[in-house]
Design a protein around this ligand. Sequence first.
Ligand code: CMP
Length: 144
Amino acid sequence: ALEKSLILLKPDAVQRRLCGEIISRLEKKGLKLVGMKMLVVTKELAAKHYEEHVEKPFYPLLEEFITSGPVVAIVVQGPEAVSVVRGMMGKTNGRESAPGTIRGDFGLSRQVNLIHGSDSPEAAARETAIYFQPEELVEYSSSL
Ligand code: CMP
């Protein structure tokens, strides 16, 4: 099915100047960018986004990291975009991610792991609404 996925390029991706590389991979794969913005995640936004993790022992460090600098929020669209993006990201921990994946190629950390991607279409809808107003998403045909 045609899906949308919410992606965050995390503060380490911005600091390491890897945003272009990562966006380029998404585009070359054939995914369509339908929303994109730069922002600093507040503690309130972080708690909404990571509501299932707020009570976990690693949450204080996750909050500190995700609010530490600007991120790029992106919505991509494509056939089975959610699982396609997750495959491109690799496993949570960069040390365990296969070469060829974003985390496998660029990271060694479990927490400072460059990119977030929604893990289901339902999560994508929920997360997209946290970062984007409906009118900030664009619709266009790819027929040029
Ligand atoms: P993400 O896909 O954004 O979803 C939750 C994030 O929490 C995850 O990427 C990691 O950055 C972080 N995370 C998940 N598990 C752990 C863990 N065990 N210890 C520290 N950070 C974690």
